[in-house]
Design a protein around this ligand. Structure first.
Ligand SMILES: Cc1cc2nc3c(=O)[nH]c(=O)nc-3n(C[C@H](O)[C@H](O)[C@H](O)COP(=O)(O)O)c2cc1C
Length: 223
């Protein structure tokens, strides 16, 4: 698999097969991902890789939490800016529309949509979660470094025949997630990432994710 194939075959997978992922593969991916760039080589990312009974424990705990606080609670950062507008807001809505359409959920089917969103807490059936966190005092550049590292992990997973879904929904309960994972409050919980084998036939893994043309985001000058 070359880089272009890894980039274009990656998508956020929201239905995984009931197949395990071995630790050696994950270690290989994470070793290679350490080559990600970061400003000043600070390598500000931190993560806990969770599977087996530990994932069962966390899944049960978060579901209990969600039942008592369905709109979240212990957030440590805003998942979206409150004034998200224009093409950004349109893009956010468009992918949601496509995703719900793919599984036959109408716009007014609030219960169906909530049930689909709740699949996040099951890691969409994936056997592994990668929960990420970063020192509280880190700034925007280090958060960007964390993103580069996450994308590197996702691409390397493709090379291993694996798939992923980054999940910031877990940040709705950020400080609770830190508590569950035993991470001190010197840190901010960033996101989860479900990792496993893609169910190739699942409609939710096959809708087209709209992309804007590069001319809407990027300008060439001097060419
Ligand atoms: C940091 C981050 C957090 C995300 N959180 C979630 C999430 O909680 N649940 C979810 O279903 N998708 C989540 N996504 C997936 C995005 O919706 C997805 O990347 C975007 O729609 C583009 O689609 P693609 O990844 O399939 O190319 C997240 C993506 C990123 C990069």
């Amino acid at each position: 698999m070359n880089v272009t194939e890894a980039v274009t075959s990656r998508r956020s997978v929201r239905q995984f097969l009931d197949q395990p992922v071995d630790k050696a593969t994950l270690e290989r991916v994470l070793e290679s991902a350490q080559h990600s760039p970061s400003g000043g080589n600070t390598q500000p990312w931190n993560a806990v890789v969770v599977g087996g009974e530990e994932l069962t424990r966390i899944t049960a705990a978060i579901k209990e939490k969600v039942a008592t606080a369905p709109v979240g609670g212990n957030m440590e950062y805003a998942i979206y800016p409150k004034d998200l507008d224009g093409r950004y807001e349109e893009q956010r809505r468009a992918v949601g529309r496509e995703m719900f359409n793919s599984v036959g959920l109408e716009r007014d089917d609030a219960a169906g949509r909530v049930a689909q969103m709740a699949q996040n807490w099951n890691s969409f059936g994936a056997p592994v979660q990668l929960f990420t966190y970063i020192k509280k005092y880190m700034g925007l550049p280090q958060w960007s470094d964390m993103g580069m590292w996450l994308q590197t992990v996702m691409l390397l997973l493709r090379e291993e025949g694996l798939d992923s879904c980054p999940q910031e929904i877990w940040a709705m309960y950020g400080s609770y997630m830190r508590e569950l994972l035993g991470i001190s409050d010197d840190y901010v919980f960033f996101c989860g990432m479900a990792i496993g084998h893609r169910d190739l036939d699942a409609p939710i893994n096959n809708f087209e994710v709209p992309r804007i043309p590069i001319s809407d985001a990027i300008e060439f000058r001097g060419f």
